[in-house]
Write a new protein. Structure first.
Length: 83
């Protein structure tokens, strides 16, 4: 899939059966073949991922480590050197 930003409003079909409307200024994630066609005709340019795109599920994330709770010394204990 390829992210494109439309330079013109056009109609297109990935499968030759279902026609979709692609609006000028909007970004779409379309097949590579359809994107090449749009680029060649000057209908679209490569899209830019935005903050909204960062909401996609992230892969290979590791869970954060879990630490045991630790009791911190009081100011008095620190002054007396008890800890």
């Amino acid at each position: 899939m390829t992210l494109v930003k439309m330079l013109q409003t056009r109609m297109g079909s990935e499968d030759g059966h279902v026609v979709k409307r692609f609006v000028k200024g909007e970004q779409y994630d379309i097949t590579e073949g359809e994107a090449r066609h749009f680029f060649r005709l000057g209908w679209a340019e490569r899209g830019v991922e935005t903050v909204e795109d960062l909401t996609k599920p992230l892969e290979n994330l590791k869970p954060l480590p879990v630490f045991d709770a630790v009791e911190l010394p009081t100011d008095e204990e620190l002054e007396n050197g008890n800890r």
